[in-house]
Design a protein around this ligand. Structure first.
Ligand SMILES: N=c1c2ncn([C@@H]3O[C@H](COP(=O)(O)OP(=O)(O)OP(=O)(O)O)[C@@H](O)[C@H]3O)c2ncn1[C@@H]1O[C@H](COP(=O)(O)O)[C@@H](O)[C@H]1O
Length: 141
């Protein structure tokens, strides 16, 4: 997939300065990022509607349009496909590290927590009385 997106990106770069009358890509560049963003959002909505309605072939076609419009927006934003692949690889590496870390023990498999020693089990109200004891504060004034 990354190869075909790379080729599409190069085709988009090559087309951006063509005649807008004959090139859809050049027309999108002429109209600017907000038009590109609108097209991308429209294609995304078409994909999700077709997916929800179980129209598999339409999902495939609209996905190709979606990727085309995403590539156009990347080119306009100064993002290269390699930048995106790098971010994906970074996440893949992170996930690999996460998978190697020891799994957290489920609460149900943990030994029951020991109850605190009786001497420290002081009622909250009593601790508050000690904290609010103002005698030492009055001495400082
Ligand atoms: N890969 C694509 C590509 N994928 C999809 N599309 C077009 O984008 C359209 C999807 O957008 P829309 O649904 O908005 O199309 P629409 O319904 O006709 O509506 P309008 O855009 O006409 O308003 C599709 O119907 C395709 O015509 C593409 N247009 C161009 N490319 C490639 O881009 C490169 C540059 O081509 P030009 O833009 O023709 O110079 C070439 O390599 C092309 O193959």
């Amino acid at each position: 997939m990354s190869d075909s997106l790379e080729r599409l990106y190069q085709a988009v770069i090559a087309a951006r300065d063509l005649d807008p009358a004959t090139s859809r890509t050049a027309r999108l560049f002429q109209r600017g990022p907000s038009k590109m963003a609108k097209k991308l959002a429209e294609e995304a909505i078409e994909v999700v509607i077709d997916a929800v309605n179980g129209k598999t072939d339409a999902v495939i076609r609209e996905s190709a349009d979606l990727l085309y419009n995403l590539t156009v927006l990347w080119a306009s934003a100064g993002v290269r496909p390699a930048d995106v692949w790098r971010e994906m690889e970074r996440r893949e590496d992170l996930l690999g590290i996460a998978e190697k870390l020891p799994k957290p023990v489920k609460a149900s498999k943990m030994a029951p927590a020991k109850s605190p020693p009786k001497a420290t089990a002081v009622p909250a109200a009593r601790r508050r009385i000690v904290a609010l004891d103002g005698r030492s504060l009055r001495k400082r004034h």
